[in-house]
Structures are given as C-alpha cells and as structure tokens.
Design a protein around this ligand. Structure first.
Ligand SMILES: [Zn+2]
Ligand SMILES: [Zn+2]
Ligand SMILES: [Zn+2]
Ligand SMILES: [Zn+2]
Ligand SMILES: [Zn+2]
Ligand SMILES: [Zn+2]
Ligand SMILES: [Zn+2]
Ligand SMILES: [Zn+2]
Length: 453
C-alpha cells in the first residue's frame, strides 16, 4: 500500500509493524503498530495522522486575524516551537502564522470546537485560549485549551470531555460506570483498586456498585488495561460479567490441548485413591518424563529455573527436570499485567535469553508470551495475580497498574510493583518472587534478614 503525502516527495509505504523508537512526524508521538513510512527521508506517520485532511492553509477560530500555513516542521531555527494551544514543544507538523509567530500543532488544530458526549447533559465547548485550569472530572491540573460547560461552569481536559459512561478493565470482572457522587459515602478518600492510591471522591471516578470498587478516571481508561473482548449492548440494563478470565479461544491444533501441556503415559493410584500421572510426555521435551519423589541436590527446574524439590518429573536420558507444579502449568492464561492472552513457550532451542516484562530478570526457562504483542513473563511472575500476601509484610498488597515504574521498598529499583493498602510499603515483582529459603541476594539481604530474625 502506498500513499502520496504533502510531507514527502516519495510515496509513503505502509508498514505492518513499526520498529521500536519510531515517532510520528505528524503528531510527534511514538508509533506502536503500523505506520506509513519513507526510509530515505525518515518520514513516519501514524495511519490516522497520514489520513488526516490537513488543508495547506487554515482559517482557525483560535487565531482569527490571519490564516495559518501548514509546515512539515516548525519554520524556526532548530525546527521546534511551542504550540500556542497546549504550550507543549512541537517538532512535527505545524500550523504557523508568520506575522504573529503563532503556532498550533495538528492535535490542537484539529480539536473539535464542541463535544457532545454521553457523560454530560450539555455540550462541551472548546475555550479558545490557553490557560491553566483544574479539571472538574479528573481533578488534575491542565494547561492549554480546556473544554467548558457554560451552563454548569465546569472546565475539563479534552480527554475528560469525551470519557465513556462505561468502561471494562481487564482487572475487574464487571464494567465500571463513570460517576460524580458515591451514595452513602462517608469517606473523602477511597483507594483506587488499579493503582492503589487515594481517589478524591469530590471528582469523577469509575465505580462498580456490585463490588463497591473504585478507580481513578485515568487508571480505568488506560488503553493498556482495556478489555478488548468486552462488548457493551446498550439494551442490557444489568452489569455483565466478563468471560475473559474463564473462557479461552480455541486455537490449538497440536496433540496437546490448550489446557494441558502433557499427555499421561502411566498412572498409579495414590493413598487417597486419586490417580497420579507417573510417566508423561511434556510438550517442552522430546523424551518421556518420570515422576520422582526423592531429593536431588544442585538440580534446577527447566521450567522456572529454581532449585528442584520433590515431587518432580525428570528425563532418564538427559538432564531435564520439571517441578510437578511446573509440568502442570496451563498452556494458555490471562495475567492482570496484560490485556491479551499468554501462551506457555518452552525454552528456546537457540539458548536465547529472554527478559521478563514484570521483574526484568533474564531467563532461559519457560515463558508466557503474548499471542499479539511483545510481552513476556517468566514462570515465577506469571504465578502472581492481583493480590499478594507476603511474609515480609503484615498487610495485604495489591498490584499497581500505573504505567510509570515505581520504587520498591525492598530493593529500591524502579519497576512494576505491588502496593500496600494500609501503609507506604511497595514490593516489585523481582522481590515478590524471590525464593524465601535459598539464594537471597546480598542487595536484598537486609530486607529478608529483618523478618527472619
Ligand atoms: Zn521520502
Ligand atoms: Zn497571526
Ligand atoms: Zn481531566
Ligand atoms: Zn488509580
Ligand atoms: Zn464488580
Ligand atoms: Zn519449576
Ligand atoms: Zn519475572
Ligand atoms: Zn503495610
């Protein structure tokens, strides 16, 4: 697919998956996924930006005195300017008035003048001046041009003006509703269940009344948490339970099903009359594996790369070991850190090392990989869910879904964390998955000795 665009003399070629670090010459933001590109001139555009109808000359109500001219980059030394709409630096497409040195990036130039959204009775009108304001929906400070409801006297961010009344987040089974008041609420502050930080109930928030579940506007609408399998049928009055946590797509074509990673070859009946598989064929190993209950020293599980302990499966012909629990891992699973389903992968043949997206540890063991995008979890991290009770801390911890890395109270590195619901304590995935009896690393020793003594 090719596209002729004003910003490049060559036709732009459609690329299915842009390389990491590509940014859009139109809006200035990063590109994930597809783009239109010319590698000779290093022009890259989001498909949506490439197809924006951008007149070369624009008469805009924000700057009524003179027409604005479209430039591929701001016509100044250094090819950057500050957008008069949002007050942010612009080094991409620029609508420019040469007489007043007035500039608008294409995001501000294409803001709708009014927004009629389901979240408010009256239309929101773009305020045609850049001012500092406090958004009456999310409560955060805004710079730039707010949207105004003159009737109610409210200012909101552009994003907050078009918030949906209902969202479905992967971490909660019910849809969440946008609300501005919690009935019978005796507390000024509640905890957002997604980032585990305070929510000011004087602002807008997303709420599940079934579960008394509260989330910040930003947290609930974060695009990485959006449940893409959820379809809202507006004639359904009752909240719908999402099936994503239970139902899995049928896609396996090999002899191993989506549920199990092994085929049972031989069983024995255990003490409690339950059949135990004592010989299995596992998808990650070419030979059959036998169940062992004897102790083995200095051997490592090829699934989780931790010391082996009984019961475990081992190969009679080669040095291959799997904890019974690691052999029984599901082939496919969902994880609260990621919106798509993950599939268990054996260690790679080329001895490639992969990095876990939760703890950032390098592993050569089993991994859960996303079927759609570049997301990987090692086995220990895949076993953690939303809630964590940890021997190192007296209160329950909840996974925090903020996109920013946050500091771990145990090792001080900035990572994805679990946050305490009662105090300031945080724990990252690396520390949360540390084996408690072996291999305590010196950097974390003080944290662990503090509760072993
Ligand atoms: Zn070109
Ligand atoms: Zn002007
Ligand atoms: Zn806002
Ligand atoms: Zn939050
Ligand atoms: Zn709920
Ligand atoms: Zn294991
Ligand atoms: Zn990990
Ligand atoms: Zn605590």
């Amino acid at each position: 697919m090719e596209l002729q665009h004003f910003s490049d003399v060559h036709p732009l070629i459609f690329i299915e998956q842009a390389k990491f670090g590509f940014w859009c010459n139109g809006c200035g933001e990063g590109i994930e996924g597809s783009c239109y590109s010319c590698r000779k001139c290093e022009t890259d555009l989001h498909p949506s930006c490439a197809k924006l109808p951008l007149p070369r000359e624009l008469q805009h109500p924000i700057h009524r005195k003179h027409p604005l001219n479209l430039h591929k980059t701001p016509p100044y030394d250094g090819r950057t300017c500050t957008c008069n709409g949002c007050n942010l630096p612009c080094r991409s497409f620029d609508y420019h008035c040469p007489l007043c040195k007035f500039d608008l990036d294409i995001k501000c130039a294409s803001l709708p003048l009014t927004i009629k959204a389901e979240n408010h009775d009256h239309p929101w009108t773009l305020f045609r001046n850049s001012i500092p304001f406090i958004c009456s929906t999310c409560g955060k400070e805004g710079k730039g041009m707010p949207y105004l409801c003159g009737e109610c006297g409210l200012w909101v961010h552009h994003n907050c003006a078009s918030l949906p009344c209902m969202v479905k987040h992967i971490r909660h089974k019910h849809p969440l509703n946008l609300t501005y008041s919690l009935k019978d609420d005796h507390f000024e502050h509640r905890l957002c269940q997604l980032c585990v930080l305070k929510v000011d109930t004087n602002n807008g928030l997303y709420y599940c009344s079934n579960c008394d579940y509260v989330a910040h506007v930003d947290c609930a609408t974060d695009k990485e948490g959006r449940d893409e399998t959820f379809v809202w049928e507006s004639n359904d009055k009752d909240p719908i339970e999402s099936t994503t946590m239970m139902k899995e797509e049928d896609s396996g074509h090999d002899e191993f099903t989506n549920e199990f990673c092994y085929i049972v070859k031989k069983t024995k009946v255990g003490e409690d009359k339950v059949e135990i598989p004592i010989e299995i064929k596992h998808f990650a190993h070419e030979h059959d594996l036998q169940l062992t209950t004897k102790l083995e020293n200095d051997k490592i599980c090829d699934g989780c790369i931790r010391s082996i302990f009984p019961p475990f499966y081992s190969c009679a012909q080669c040095n291959f070991f799997l904890h019974k629990s690691c052999a029984e891992l599901p082939r496919k699973k969902r994880h609260p850190l990621h919106q798509h389903s993950l599939t268990l992968q054996p260690m790679s043949d080329s001895f490639d090392l992969v990095q876990c997206n939760a703890c950032y540890h390098i592993t050569n063991g089993f991994t859960y990989k996303c079927d759609v995008c570049n997301f990987t979890l090692d086995v220990p991290c895949s076993l953690l869910s939303d809630m964590l009770t940890h021997v190192g801390h007296e209160h329950p911890l909840i996974l925090s879904s903020t996109t920013n890395a946050e500091e771990c109270s145990a090792c001080n590195s900035k990572r994805k964390i679990f946050r305490c619901t009662k105090c300031e304590f945080t724990l990252d995935f690396g520390c949360a998955t540390l084996p408690l009896t072996v291999g305590v690393q010196t950097t974390r020793a003080s944290f662990y000795t503090s509760f072993y003594c």
